[in-house]
Design a protein around this ligand. Structure first.
Ligand SMILES: [Zn+2]
Length: 126
């Protein structure tokens, strides 16, 4: 259950290792190191592709679910213009607002399932 606790901490923008809320300096500003436990947060180039993947996949899932609900709810008189406008705006705003959560969730996923911490990466250990 250690992994679940780490993922839950990531979902609420906390350090996955110690639970500190200080890993963000602002909504979008991520510190280089956790101020409580010293977990290295800033990583090599390309590390945050996992966070972008979480962001894209969660946005697509939300889009599909909300469109299905809207189509079922309004059938057979679909408000096509409103659905398209809502879909476009939601697909732009949602990933921007939730990107910090995706970053802390990716950090937690990486730590919980791959046990990778900066300085202990397989490529840098050799
Ligand atoms: Zn920490």
């Amino acid at each position: 259950m250690r992994q679940v606790r780490m993922l839950m901490r990531g979902l609420v923008r906390r350090c996955p290792r110690c639970g500190s809320s200080g890993i963000f300096s602002s909504w979008f500003g991520l510190r280089d190191v956790c101020p409580r436990c010293g977990l290295q947060i800033e990583r090599e180039d390309g590390y945050w592709v996992g966070a972008m993947t979480i962001s894209v996949v969660s946005t697509m899932l939300l889009f599909v679910v909300l469109m299905a609900v809207a189509v079922i709810w309004t059938w057979p008189n679909l408000p096509v213009v409103e659905l398209i406008a809502g879909g476009v705006v939601g697909s732009i705003v949602f990933p921007i607002v939730t990107y910090p959560i995706c970053k802390s969730l990716w950090l937690a996923t990486d730590l919980a399932f791959f046990h990778v911490e900066a300085g202990k990466l397989p490529s840098s250990a050799e």
